[in-house]
Design a protein around this ligand. Structure first.
Ligand SMILES: Nc1ncnc2c1ncn2[C@@H]1O[C@H](COP(=O)(O)OP(=O)(O)O)[C@@H](O)[C@H]1O
Ligand SMILES: O=P(O)(O)OC[C@H](O)CO
Length: 615
């Protein structure tokens, strides 16, 4: 008898996996390839979409070969993917336009800051269920369009296309089908959560042309057939990876929840057929949509940094050689020794949504060892989960009674115990830890009739591990207070220096903003990837406009004279200018002028500076 399988692709943040599952939901073959993470500047995270496609093109035949199977034995393909990551490509050539901007990337923090002040900002969350944040696709698309002259016009006439990575892969696999599924579309900030279609008000707000967007389809339906790599396979499902994990954990009914612990961690609660608005920092998102049935919604608590903090300890601090070693290191100590790490590397996501937050290590004393740091890393995942569960309970009015977990980090038994302890509920892990892939396979299998219904899938779920809470209540509460105090230290770390201040701001602040902007340019000059000539030109224009405004409005006699052409000299002059002005002029202005005079001067300074600025 010829066996038949479902093929599943999990296009994740760090790697792409291709897995074949049999009818009982068992793994038949697994292959995986990592792709490169590009960090060209602080806060920037990029992927090469062409590399991701090349990886998939190798993985699909490899997965078949491992199982000794042919394309005819594959009943359907389901794709799960990292969400929000933004790929633009040329419709004609199929080539990506620049690198993809990854969901963790914070380069759009200023774009987002500006957008929050625009009329219409309040409507965004109402329409799409998401808070304005760097995390989602729309600000990333806007940023990309703003970068290249001519790109907005090309996008307007559909020459430049947008997609998240499932769209990009389906486009390549089918030779030009431009679609997305409703769960991925719900992460762009451009889809109306009720109508499940692109929303004109949102498109206008972000200035994004409809012509560049894919068609929105259900999560399970046959979209088309592969024409390349392994031709003839029906593509029968697509879901964002966290929604796929919800499906793989068989959280099909309202009230069922799971948390996936990978690069980041994502807790999703099925809320049934009506979108629930969060009052506590959760996202409202689409959970899945089976064929023509109504969509099922979810509340989501997204945590940006959990497994990636372990990677940071391994790759940047080199305190461990492999991710599992963190457990051994953390077990060398009995507790955290008073140390807390809040990994706000991409700002803080749920429930805080502070894009400007940056990470802290708090409570350091000379007593702290690398063992304590390792424990603080694991506890950070525990406490971040606790914050999200508290918010989720407050939104749903229910208390979570057990937590279903999955993902790479759940191999860590100490971490699972910590999660049970800080939540004070049991944590359970299923037999198949590859829940994202399993969910995509389930969705594709349902779509083509390989599995008849959801109930049959539920019977495949088997418990493999369970952790009971053992922490004393008083200790749990005391630790949580410390954690929250550490979180507060991360807020407001980055000020949006480039955001134009409204007219009428204190002149001291206006000048300080100029200084920070120039310092940022000096930092850029030290980056090997920077366009040096461009940055130098910008720096010279900034300095010249700033000095002219200072002279004209504050009647000072700046020491600099002309803006030097020599780059080293320019750097020196800028640094000296900032140092001198902050030591003398600014203190004098604070001391001698009334707040209303400083405000009037601030207005004049801004006007003069704008007039003199010649980019
Ligand atoms: N034993 C472990 N303890 C703690 N973290 C781990 C362990 N094993 C893997 N990880 C972390 O889990 C993440 C990988 O999980 P995975 O589910 O494959 O992530 P993703 O799908 O986001 O790429 C990595 O960030 C890694 O640091
Ligand atoms: O690829 P993962 O598992 O890190 O998941 C990323 C999420 O989809 C981001 O929203």
């Amino acid at each position: 008898m010829t066996h038949r399988y479902v093929m599943s692709v999990d296009q994740g943040t760090t790697s792409t996996r291709c897995i074949l599952f049999d009818a009982r939901g068992r793994l038949v073959s697994v292959v995986q390839r990592e792709h490169q993470q590009h960090f060209p500047r602080p806060g920037w995270v990029e992927h090469d979409a062409a590399e991701i496609w090349r990886n998939l093109a190798r993985l699909m035949p490899e997965a078949l070969a491992r199982a000794g199977a042919s394309a005819e034995q594959i009943v359907g393909l389901g794709i799960a993917n990292q969400r929000e990551t933004t790929v633009l490509w040329d419709r004609r050539t199929g080539a990506p336009i620049g690198r993809a901007i990854v969901w963790q990337d914070t380069r759009t923090d200023r774009v987002v800051e500006q957008l929050t002040r625009e009329p219409g900002a309040k409507r965004v969350r109402e329409l799409c269920g998401l808070p304005l944040a760097t995390y989602f696709s729309a600000p990333k698309i806007r940023w990309l369009l703003d970068q290249t002259p001519g790109l907005p016009e090309r996008a307007e006439c559909g020459e430049v296309l947008f997609g998240t990575t499932e769209s990009w892969l389906i486009w390549n696999l089918t030779g030009g089908l431009h679609i997305t599924d409703v769960t991925n579309a719900s992460r762009t900030m451009l889809m109306n959560l009720r109508t499940l279609s692109w929303d004109d008000e949102l498109l206008d707000f972000f200035g994004i042309p409809r012509a560049m967007l894919p068609e929105i389809r259900s999560s399970t339906e046959v979209y088309g057939t592969t024409t390349t790599v392994v031709p003839g396979i029906r593509i029968a499902a697509a879901l964002g990876d966290q929604q796929a994990a919800l499906f793989g954990q068989t959280c099909f009914a309202p009230g069922e929840a799971k948390c996936t612990y990978g690069t980041g961690s994502f807790l999703l609660l099925n809320t049934g057929q009506t979108p629930v608005r969060s009052a506590h920092g959760m996202l409202t998102t689409v959970g899945f949509k089976i064929g023509a049935e109504p969509a099922v919604y979810a509340l989501e608590g997204s945590i940006a940094v959990t497994g990636s903090l372990v990677q940071w300890l391994r790759d940047s601090l080199e305190l461990i050689g492999t991710a599992p070693e963190i457990e051994t290191l953390a077990r060398t100590v009995a507790d955290n020794g008073g140390c807390y790490i809040v990994p706000a590397f991409s700002g803080l996501f749920a429930p805080h949504w502070h894009s400007e937050a940056r990470g802290v290590i708090a409570g350091l004393t000379s007593y702290i060892t690398k063992g304590h740091l390792a424990r603080a890393v694991l506890e950070a995942t525990g406490w971040q989960t606790r914050e999200v569960v508290d918010a989720m309970n407050a939104d749903s009015g229910l208390a979570l009674s057990t937590l279903r977990v999955d993902g790479g980090m759940t191999a860590n038994n100490l971490l699972m115990q910590i999660v049970a302890d800080v939540l004070d509920v049991p944590v359970v892990r299923p037999m198949v830890a590859e829940t994202v892939s399993l969910g995509a396979a389930y969705a594709a299998g349902l779509s083509v009739g390989y599995w008849p219904d959801l109930e049959g899938l539920r019977r495949n779920w088997h418990r493999a591990g369970q952790w009971q809470p053992t922490m004393a209540q008083a200790r749990r509460e005391a630790e949580y207070v410390n954690w929250r105090q550490a979180v507060e230290l991360t807020f407001g770390w980055m000020r949006p220096v480039d955001a134009a201040r409204p007219p009428g701001t204190d002149v001291v602040d206006v000048i300080l903003d100029d200084h920070r902007r120039m310092e940022n340019l000096l930092r850029e000059l030290r980056d090997d990837d920077a366009d040096r000539a461009g940055v130098l030109r910008e720096l010279a224009s900034q300095l010249s406009a700033h000095v002219a405004a200072t002279e004209r409005v504050l009647h000072t006699d700046p020491a600099e004279g002309l803006v030097p052409e020599d780059p080293d000299e320019l750097e020196r002059v800028v640094q000296a200018h900032i140092r001198d002005e902050e030591r003398t002029l600014l203190n004098e202005l604070r001391r001698t002028l009334s707040p209303s005079d400083r405000t009037a001067l601030g207005r004049a300074f801004t006007a003069e500076r704008t007039r003199r600025f010649a980019p």
